[in-house]
Design a binder for this molecule. Sequence first.
Ligand SMILES: Cc1ncc(COP(=O)(O)O)c(C=O)c1O
Length: 436
Amino acid sequence: MRSYEKSVALYETARRHLAGGVSSNVRYASVPVPLFFARGEGARLHDIDGNVHIDYVLGNGPAILGHAPPKVVEAVAASLAEGQVFAAQNPREAELAERLCALLPSSEVVRFTSSGTEAVLMAMRLARAFTGRDRILKFEGHYHGWSDQAFISARPPLNEAGPADAPVPVAGSPGMPASVLGDVAVCGWNDLDLLAAALERHRGEIAAVIMEPVMVNGGAIEPAPGFLDGARKLAHEHGALFILDEVITGFRAGLRGAQGRYGVAADLSIYAKAVAAGFPLALVGGRADVMNTLLDRGVMHGGTYNGNVQSMAAALAALDILAAGDGAAYRDLEARGKELMEGLQALAKKHRLPIVVQGLPAIFQTFFTSGPGPRNYRESAACDRDAMLAFHAALQEEGVRAQQAGKWFLSTAHDRPVIEETLAAADRAMAKLVRH
Ligand SMILES: Cc1ncc(COP(=O)(O)O)c(C=O)c1O
């Protein structure tokens, strides 16, 4: 048995002065307590008890190049003595913006923020200002950050969520004013008929339709063929903007994100996480006529740390690696991820465990279900969460760290030996699950 004695003791101490012992509620999802890590290197994390974990959480997505990628670390280290924030521009912002606009499918202009939550808020404000409408249409199971305006029906309890064909908006947290629910409409995902009906119910009211192009937070579910383009067309028919939240899929589903992968273009897009390989950076990119309302119409967006020197240096260095050979790194990532997904699926079959492995090679999920893989939030929520928790714990005991919900993020540091080591560990973990 691995020991987590030091993490348990430090967690008890930390809780005295750090609320809940963590800096983000999602970090409670850990056994036996939220673990403390001393350092990360490549595909591995070292906890303070000396346990080594092959890490498939990767900070929930940012560490696309693994932990402490040397070229990014060097670039950031070299920038440190230049300063951090100037309440003014630094030349790297212009360089990064130009490179991103040349690369990303539908971004003519970008604006930087420090977190995905803030970037979503900016995109929603831009859409409201541009269209003169207040209501945002979002999808059940899609997470767009923890703000009052966006943390609605992200993972609603099904007894509160209303009928599947016309869900009611559910606030995700105590402390959210009930009034915010009046500014959203919630729809089941991956079904154009449901979307058409929801737009019809709110004809003339919707400023934007926003979604994760692959529903990662609600279950690593790909869009049905034609869904993204159909949703874009429906949004436009109703005078609404089409916003894709690529906070996870950006620089992960491929060099050009989900939009490159599925051949669709949003009016506004949100990127974060992998774009700066672990440093705090997010951005909104999009049509120049919408983005430039920041200037032309005085749409307000601020943020002390926006465009800070180190995040810019990190993103430029990461982009050098990710964009080399027009995304050669992604071809490797895709091959390794496929190997891991197929390997896990084969092991589940060998051990006769009802596991479905589903998603993209660089971000997928293991579901416990005897049926087919889920296609929307409600089907994902119906999968066996207790069995997944047991699998998570068994994997951790074997030195593999996946998310408790069963999400697996991949990095370029997960090379073939790491994948083989992972599959051997998963084999032992599944054998243990079957025994217990
Ligand atoms: C799709 C999506 N949008 C927005 C966010 C919020 O980003 P942040 O945690 O940087 O505020 C997240 C975070 O996981 C996300 O997955």
